[in-house]
Design a protein. Structure first.
Length: 342
């Protein structure tokens, strides 16, 4: 009898036994944007049994250039990426189990969620550093992937035994300060990098002992150039020679930052009371669109979204200084008292 995964089972290095391992696996995908949405679709088609999708953002028009899982209808509805992704993925393969977590990646989630492998599909090194340290603390493996301009990188990382992310990028602290410059992403680069990441993921699930954790693969899709570099565990790495990282400390408030390749800016506030904010705006004749996990309204020359988890997105501003000034002013006038933790 021909099964759904017949063509994959015919691949000699996978076979029926390998497909069974794939179908039994749980993969956590950190970030449901360009790389994450591609990876999720490929993994669902390949028959991975359980996905955990983590992302706090909603689908926006600028996403559609490179995030092929989403549609204009998702934009119009203001749908959270993980919610839209889950719906589209289940339409592809209803037998897969998908957990959609519409929030930021946290230490608690990384330390207590069950998964066999994590895919780093993020676009910022602050969160990547958290993954790297959590992997050291909990001893899990993950596959790093990044895209910028026409250049992408992929590497499987097992930080207790092999090079960690800080070994690969010794200037990790500097990268955290320049996460989202306006270099953009070439549309065709994303599926190439994602395919490499998913290839490594399937290899890991089927035959982990033969995965080459010590190599970084880079690709330039404009020059059609691909290279592979040996990366050794650094004896002077300040990160990977520790496994006792305290990841429970609340992160320090972050300044306004720009999302890569867009005119969208991100900031954060302590957990807001959205009902109070809505009442304040309506009293001032500001039209508010309310969704399940966030609100959106026009303020001065921008569109603002405030999420239940405290994330703030500012759309349509020309540059970072303008966004910073607007956000500073917004915080001064809106009733942003925090919601009680109880």
């Amino acid at each position: 009898m021909t099964t759904r995964y017949d063509r994959q089972e015919r691949v000699k290095v996978i076979g029926v036994a390998g497909q069974a391992k794939i179908s039994a696996a749980t993969i956590l995908i950190a970030g449901a944007g360009a790389l994450g949405s591609y990876a999720a679709e490929q993994l669902v088609r390949a028959g991975v049994g359980h996905l955990v999708l983590v992302d706090p953002d909603v689908v926006s028009t600028t996403n559609l250039q490179r995030q092929t899982l989403f549609t204009e209808a998702d934009v119009a509805a203001g749908t959270l990426k993980v919610v839209a992704a889950k719906a589209h993925l289940l339409a592809i393969n209803h037998a897969v189990t998908i957990d959609a977590i519409p929030g930021p990646l946290t230490a608690d989630l990384l330390l207590h969620t069950r998964f066999d492998l994590l895919l780093d599909c993020l676009d910022n090194y602050q969160a990547r550093d958290l993954i790297n340290k959590a992997a050291l603390k909990r001893d899990f493996d993950y596959i790093f992937a990044s895209c910028a301009g026409t250049f992408g990188s992929v590497m499987p990382i097992s930080p207790r035994r092999h090079a960690c992310l800080s070994c690969v990028y010794p200037n990790l602290d500097d990268l955290k300060q320049t996460d989202c410059d306006l270099i953009g992403v070439n549309t065709a680069l994303v599926p190439l990098v994602s395919a490499l990441q998913v290839s490594l993921a399937l290899h890991y699930l089927v035959d982990k002992p033969t995965v080459d954790f010590d190599h970084l693969t880079t690709i330039d899709n404009w020059q059609l150039d691909q290279q592979k570099f040996k990366v050794r565990k650094s004896v002077t790495c300040p990160v990977c020679h520790h496994t006792d990282w305290d990841l429970t400390e609340p992160a320090a408030p972050q300044a306004v930052s720009v999302l890569c390749g867009t005119q969208t800016y991100s900031a954060a506030i302590t957990t807001p009371n959205l009902t109070t904010v809505i009442d304040w705006l309506v009293d001032r004749h500001v039209s508010v669109r309310q969704f399940k996990a966030f609100i959106t309204f026009d303020w001065q020359d921008a569109t603002i979204s405030i999420f239940q988890n405290g994330k703030v997105l500012l759309y349509g501003l020309p540059d970072l200084p303008t966004a910073t000034r607007l956000f500073t002013g917004l915080r001064q006038v809106l009733p942003l008292q925090e919601v009680s933790a109880s």
